[in-house]
Design a protein around this ligand. Structure first.
Ligand code: A2P
Length: 268
């Protein structure tokens, strides 16, 4: 059985320590938690930071985690997988309110609105915990000010794994800050690949077959108006890039904005 690292509790001398304020377990593979936010931390919605715990050797064991909370939130939120033998997540999954984690306050990343050229429709394409940066972007007023329509395609193996994203999407219309901005701009396409549900099949297949356009009653991808942000496993990211490139979209970066951007979701 995995042990909680003794260093996570009552260790006031942790470098860059932040305190966990809440933890929610969604499935035996997925959990989310919130923690205090360093006063100095400014970030753009969609960026990631390095977070972790002290390793057995006394050195910080850090991994890249997308910040799932919006930039205006006074706390920080993260959404994580639990890997039974993962060096960090096997221990991180046991954190509880009051515990400390390490957080390096240096946000970076390409999944930011500035890395995209202006457009009309924004696609958020995620598998698994890849929904995390979109949880931040969906709660950022700028997303809704910049786009006429936002399509969220989130695909997981099973229904229960969609819960975090589904709850977030459901709460958007009532959000005091962005509820009115969202209006009828949001289209949500939650799909599963190993269980039946409202929609089934991989994001890649549903885009290349045109199924998602038919299901939602919208026009196919057009590089003149469509922009996309991608976050998922390495295999997914590689495959979806081909789909987007086939549709005529080119990859952008902070230094050279274009039609789509990609980030790898945290995986171990
Ligand atoms: P599938 O069930 O067909 O493997 P995981 O939990 O393994 O990260 O997978 C999350 C979701 O991403 C699953 O629905 C999975 O579908 C899908 N997926 C995995 N690899 C790819 C890929 N290369 N292209 C598209 N979807 C993928």
């Amino acid at each position: 059985m995995d042990q909680i690292a003794p260093a996570t509790k009552a260790t006031p001398t942790l470098p860059d320590a932040q305190t966990v304020t809440s933890v929610t377990h969604y499935t035996d593979r997925l959990f989310a938690f919130r923690c205090t936010r360093p006063l100095s931390l400014r970030f753009r919605s969609g960026e990631f930071v390095m977070i972790g715990l002290l390793g057995d050797n006394g050195k910080p064991l850090l991994r890249a985690y997308s910040i799932a909370s919006p930039s205006w939130d006074e706390e920080l939120e993260f959404y994580s997988i639990k890997v039974p033998d993962g060096p960090l997540t096997s221990r991180l999954q046991h954190i509880q309110p009051g515990d400390q984690i390490i957080l390096r306050p240096k946000p970076v990343g390409t999944l930011v609105l500035d890395a995209l050229l202006p457009g009309k429709r924004l696609w958020m394409l995620a598998t698994g915990t890849g929904i995390a940066p979109f949880a931040s972007l969906l709660r950022d007023p700028e997303t809704w000010e910049k786009y006429e329509q936002v399509v969220v395609m989130h695909t997981c193996r099973e229904q229960a794994e969609l819960t975090y994203g589904r709850d977030l999407i459901k709460a958007l219309p009532d959000d005091p800050l962005i509820g009115e901005l969202v209006g009828d701009k949001l289209l949500y396409y939650p799909a599963t690949t190993r269980e039946d549900g409202q929609y089934t099949g991989r994001v890649t297949d549903n885009l290349s077959s045109g199924k998602v356009f038919a299901d939602l009653g919208i026009a196919p991808l057009d590089p003149a108006t469509d922009r996309a942000m991608v976050c998922g496993s390495l295999a997914f990211n590689l495959d979806i890039k081909k789909v987007l490139e086939n549709a005529g979209l080119t990859e952008g970066a902070n230094s050279s904005p274009a039609e789509y951007v990609v980030e790898k979701a945290f995986v171990d």
